[in-house]
Design a binder for this molecule. Structure first.
Ligand code: CA
Length: 443
């Protein structure tokens, strides 16, 4: 059952609306006029500023604002998006976000009389340097992918894969914002303490079990004041939008360090994000009822329970993971798909994450980032990490060209993709979240 809740479907989602920018109307385009994701970009010799992706172009919000193409609330919103981060726009709240979307949609729609003034303000995405869209004050990584939690739990505790708190508490750890980078770069294999089973003492050196994690990134828009929890019924409206997130993980470091306080250096060396924020409003047609919990699972406690959130708080976002190795690129072999999954498999809704995070009084701020946790599905072809895909490294996967992988090798490039489809609506996409592994620095 699909009941859009937080943001309703409106004329900006109209499947008949087309853009005067031809590339936005092409089949398979991630950024049709129904999407309008926001990001921060720069071009040679210019300062970073906010923009909206449309087809293969970026609408420069600062330039369009100065040209007087926005008016009233949308002009204020465009001004808030004209600087080097989108934090001021995030802080402006849902009414401003909607005003900007409606005006941008009307300006970019076929038949808009302003097209001749706008056209010179469009920048090819290919010519732009895409930045992190916001200054991230804090980053928290949840663990809401129950299939991942079960698969990983089985590797560590075959008899007792899920700890008893899992179905009551949206489990998370506080991550590290400083090492988050946008798609398109590299990450350096970390050195760390590793202690393989059978060895008496740990050693320090390059991680031998480097892994990716397929996650959804959740951008906080308006936050809360310290000591004032966000009620679950209001939590959805605090979310500005979503991106793809790769939580790179050094499994050997993690296995040794994680008890008793959870992940630390195994996770804090690098996180990669797709640069475009698909807004909560753009996703309105792709909301779903949260799947009923299996028989015997507890009902969430009252502070995490909201009928409207249960009716429309899940997200139908198709996700995929691709891998390209150095040898594959050399031989001209296309990236290999390793898994397909969907954000609908999350055990907790994003509103429940917001409500839980603030329930003790912790304050959230515009530009804070959540990771959803690794989104594996129930099927063997829907596993969101190599740890799961290779059964803890015991069953190497085979790649085209004859290579195998237990974990990532230097030169490997991981590409995450996301897209939403629903009959009667135009599909929208997230673009790419891509990064390549560089060798560790010598110890
Ligand atoms: Ca994670």
């Amino acid at each position: 059952m699909r009941i859009p809740t937080e943001a309703a479907v409106n004329e900006t989602h109209d499947p008949n609306r087309r853009s005067w920018i031809a590339s936005a109307n092409a089949a398979g385009c991630d950024f049709p006029i129904q999407n309008l994701p926001l990001g921060v970009f720069s071009t040679a010799g210019t300062s970073p500023r906010g923009g909206i992706a449309i087809g293969d172009r970026i609408l420069d919000l600062a330039a369009a604002g100065e040209a007087g193409l926005f008016e009233g609330p949308s002009a204020e919103a465009a001004r808030a998006a004209s600087g080097p981060t989108l934090n001021p726009l995030m802080e402006a709240g849902p009414t401003a976000w909607s005003a900007l979307r409606r005006r941008a949609s009307s300006l970019l729609a076929e038949g808009a009389t302003e097209w001749a003034r706008l056209e010179p303000l469009l920048i090819p995405i290919a010519a732009a340097d895409l930045r992190l869209p916001a200054a991230i004050g804090d980053y928290t990584d949840f663990y809401a992918g129950i299939h991942h939690a079960l698969n990983v739990g089985r590797l560590m505790r075959p008899d007792n894969p899920l700890l008893p708190n899992y179905k009551y508490v949206p489990i998370a750890y506080h991550g590290r914002a400083s090492s988050i980078r946008p798609s398109g770069g590299t990450l350096r294999r970390p050195n760390g303490q590793r202690k393989p089973a059978g060895e008496e003492a740990p050693s320090f050196g390059p991680s031998r079990n480097l892994d990716y994690e397929l996650e959804l990134g959740i951008w906080i828009g308006t936050g809360n004041r310290l000591g004032e929890p966000i009620p679950i019924r209001e939590a959805g409206r605090r979310i500005f939008g979503f991106c793809l997130l790769n939580d790179w993980s050094a499994r050997d470091v993690q296995g040794w360090e994680y008890q008793p306080l959870g992940p630390f250096l195994a996770k804090n060396f690098s996180t990669t994000l797709s640069p475009w924020i698909v807004t909560a409003e753009a996703l309105a047609p792709f909301r779903l009822a949260q799947a009923a919990r299996p028989e015997g699972d507890p009902k969430p406690l009252d502070y995490l329970w909201d009928a409207a959130d249960q009716a429309g708080g899940a997200l139908d976002i198709g996700l995929e993971i691709m891998l390209s190795t150095e040898a594959m690129r050399r031989e001209g072999i296309a990236p290999q798909r390793l898994a397909v999954s969907n954000a609908r498999h999350l055990y907790w809704t994003v509103a429940q994450m917001v409500a839980h995070h603030s329930s003790g009084g912790c304050d959230l701020h515009p530009g804070d980032l959540f990771g959803s946790g690794t989104i594996s599905g129930p099927a063997p072809d829907s596993l969101g990490s190599l740890l799961e895909l290779s059964a803890g490294g015991r069953q190497p996967i085979e790649l085209p060209g004859g290579e195998t992988r237990r974990f990532l090798e230097d030169g490997d490039e991981v590409i995450l993709k996301g897209s939403c489809r629903r009959d009667g609506f135009v599909p929208i996409g997230f673009g790419e979240c891509r990064a390549r592994v560089e060798p560790a620095l010598p110890v």
